[in-house]
Every structure is written in structure tokens, then in C-alpha cells.
Design a binder for this molecule. Structure first.
Ligand code: FES
Length: 164
């Protein structure tokens, strides 16, 4: 079946409907997230269903989902018609999982930051935020070495040589 002219939108119409500027649309096109064709007069035209893809990009941006992840998801979506209700459910489920993982990572960082409050050592060896792979991690959050009675760090003088 031949597509009717109503199935296509000019870049101006896409901009009006989505609020996405031309520069961003060109960028998404270069990234392979959306596609255009050439219409009469060599004008760039977009299939109407590209609006759905652009909507998904807008949502992803709000969720701070990187475009590389959007591209991964889009590779699983149809290119010749709009994503279905089921497609959107699958995508939103995947992005929700991603947000949950990010939330857990932020909570872990927040926990480490809590250990730094009131510490201020900024030690490359002892601070979990500066040295996330520190072997001391297993001994709990915060300045575990500072909490030891005779704590010193290799880059610091021993207690008896410290200025008072
Ligand atoms: S400042 Fe992070 S543990 Fe001391």
C-alpha cells in the first residue's frame, strides 16, 4: 500500500509537534535513532511514526538514560511502523530497571559520603569515595583506619612526628 502524504511530516512539522530543535533532530538522525526520506523537491520528510521515537528520546532524556542505551533499545524496535503498546511496555520496564540500579548505586555512594562527613581526611588510601576499590571497604563504611587507635597513613608522618 502506498503511503499517503499525511503519513509524512516535514522537519518543520516535527519541530512544531515535538518542540525538539532541528539541530537535535539532525543529531538523532546521525546517531541512527530516527530516519528521514527525501520528498518532492528533495525536501527532508519523516514518517509520522518517527514522532513516537522522538517521544521516547524525550522521555529517555528526562530519565537521564544515555543515548547509547536508547540506541540499543531502538535497535529492537520496528523501523517501518510506530512502536506498539507492548514495545513501549518492554522499553519502559528496561528503563525502570536501569533507574533502580542507578538509585541503588546512588544510595551506596550516599552511604560512603555519610562516612566522610566529619572526617575530612581525603586520603587517597582510606577514603572510599577517592579509592572505591580499597581493600578496607570490607571493614565498613567511613574512615575505618582513622577509627583505629593508632591510625596513620603511609603518606603521613607517624603520630609522634605530627605538629601539634
Ligand atoms: S574523607 Fe572520606 S573517609 Fe575521610
Amino acid at each position: 500500500m502506498r503511503a499517503s502524504p499525511d503519513d509524512h511530516l516535514t522537519i518543520g512539522e516535527i519541530i512544531r509537534r515535538t518542540g525538539v530543535p532541528a539541530s537535535a533532530l539532525h543529531f538523532y538522525e546521525r546517531k541512527g535513532l530516527i530516519f528521514s526520506e527525501r520528498g518532492s523537491g528533495n525536501q527532508r520528510i519523516f514518517s509520522r511514526h518517527m514522532l513516537r521515537r522522538i517521544s521516547l528520546i524525550i522521555v529517555a532524556k528526562r530519565l537521564h538514560i544515555p543515548l547509547s542505551d536508547v540506541a540499543e533499545v531502538f535497535a529492537t524496535l520496528p523501523t517501518d511502523h510506530a512502536p506498539t503498546h507492548r514495545d513501549w511496555q518492554r522499553v519502559s520496564r528496561a528503563w525502570k530497571k536501569q533507574l533502580e540500579e542507578r538509585r541503588r548505586a546512588i544510595e551506596a555512594l550516599e552511604q560512603e559520603l555519610t562516612g566522610c562527613i566529619g572526617c575530612g581526611c581525603l586520603s587517597m588510601k582510606a577514603c572510599l569515595l577517592l579509592n572505591p576499590d580499597d581493600a578496607l571497604r570490607g571493614r565498613g563504611p567511613g574512615p575505618v583506619r582513622l577509627q583505629e587507635p593508632d591510625a596513620t597513613f603511609p603518606d603521613e608522618p607517624p603520630h609522634d612526628q605530627r605538629r601539634r
